[in-house]
Design a protein around this ligand. Structure first.
Ligand code: TIU
Length: 230
């Protein structure tokens, strides 16, 4: 039986099996000075606010043996998977592939492309490299989810209205029941974050649900503690 999790626009049916945590792009490129987010002219310090909540969710999913998928946005060193439109957009100080203080901007394997130490994955946890904003485009995320019987996604990470929202919309169209965690996602633009929360849960949950980290943690404990204990 699903356990109702306090959420908007109505309780989210937390399933007994099939739940996964998605952590979008908590990589140095977006959160530390000298990366892609900084090159685009953003105040990257804003995004650090969600680290404790994402970490608490990561710890809980580990405790209950539920799958965790982290993504990183990045491109192959030859940029063959980076459309010129993306590289040229925005007239930033540094373009994708240029050398920067944390290595080549938004290139897979460079120091800036690494997940921040506070949220480092454990051995065996899956990292999905993605060339686009959505985590399903040109990745094997859906194959992983199907292989593990995942039907419900708790979604966190940055930035809310770009990679997080794109991923949630892609997942919703594929039939996943998606919950966006309000205080575990962040944007360079507070008003865009707020608008995203409102638009995904409008019209009876047109894209899915939103809830607080505390609501997710307490409902996870009620649903899964007993399962782990046996
Ligand atoms: N620029 C911005 O807000 N976001 C991105 O480019 N990628 C992600 O959201 N991860």
């Amino acid at each position: 039986m699903p356990t109702p999790l306090p959420a908007q626009p109505y309780p989210y049916p937390l399933p007994p099996t099939g739940l996964a945590l998605i952590i979008i792009d908590m990589q140095r490129d977006f959160i530390e000075p000298g990366g892609f987010g900084d090159a685009l002219g953003n105040d990257v310090g804003l995004l650090r606010a969600i680290i404790p909540q994402v970490r608490a969710l990561q710890d809980a999913f580990r405790r209950y043996n539920l799958p965790i998928f982290q993504t990183v946005e990045g491109h192959l060193p030859d940029l063959s998977d980076c459309p010129p439109s993306k590289r040229d957009r925005g007239h930033g100080a540094l373009k994708i592939g240029d050398p920067g203080p944390m290595g080549r901007i938004l290139v897979l394997g460079e120091p800036g492309n690494g997940i921040i130490p506070e949220l480092a994955p454990l051995p065996g946890e899956v990292i999905i490299p993605k060339p686009g904003k959505g985590a399903f485009y040109a990745t094997d995320l859906e194959a992983h989810l199907k292989a593990q019987g995942v039907t419900h996604l708790v979604i966190t990470g940055v930035t809310t209205e770009v990679c997080v929202q794109t991923t949630m919309r892609e997942a919703n169209d594929r039939g996943y029941e998606c919950l966006l965690v309000e205080d575990a996602t962040e944007s360079y633009f507070p008003e865009f974050k707020q608008a995203t929360l409102e638009m995904v849960r409008a019209q009876g949950g047109i894209i899915g649900w939103t809830a607080s980290t505390e609501a997710v943690l307490s409902t996870l404990a009620a649903q899964y503690s007993a399962q782990v204990a046996v």
